[in-house]
Design a protein around this ligand. Sequence first.
Ligand code: DC
Length: 234
Amino acid sequence: MSDTVRENGVIVAIDGPSGAGKSSLTKLLARRLGYIHIDTGAMFRAVALMAKRAGIAADDDAGLAGLCRTLEISFVRDGEACRVLANGEDVSREIRTEEIGLLTSAVSARKPVRAALLTMQRAMGAKGGVILEGRDIGTVVFPDAEVKFFLSASAEERGRRRYLELAARGDSATLEETIAKVIQRDRQDEGREHAPLKQAADALPIDSTSLSIDEVLAVMESAVRERIAKGEKG
Ligand code: DC
């Protein structure tokens, strides 16, 4: 990890499988630090949604490359929430379905999609003062990030959390189905050729299976503040 602090602060990378609590924790940590939150999963989800609408298959690399060349993805703050725009259209809700989640896992394994989003993500984060959450932030996007976390939890616990979220939205999925989907997604994300889900050697691993959000947040916040203080002294 680098010893300098960038123009707007450090870069914090949070990687881990789906359902480990990355989104909630990134949001809370960004608020505490006054940092920008970049949800890279939402960017891949936007690509998957737009590919589906355009009738581009998940393994059509030429079609996906063409789509990414003209696709503009941005984030806008809306009070406490953060909205995802694809070519100016608010797709925040539409990208959160289970169907788009599974399609995203397939589309995000394709090389042209990863290459296009890598460029966008590096441009968004280069000045620091950002927290990026995803699967390959500490390994591929910003291997020189000043602080890296790898957040995990058991598949059963992640499935249970996802099931509760879905039930609150009125979705009728069962707990068993939800856990099975979590395991399927892990396999796709870990087994792919390009930028697979993997813990960076210098990441701080946190297993949130039996920890509260506040407990995990406290560990993360103190690690980041320690690194910022070290950077300011040096
Ligand atoms: O974090 P999420 O569930 O919104 O991510 C959706 C999918 O996108 C997930 O299956 C893995 C993929 N993804 C990725 O490949 N690389 C990232 N940096 C973020 C997400």
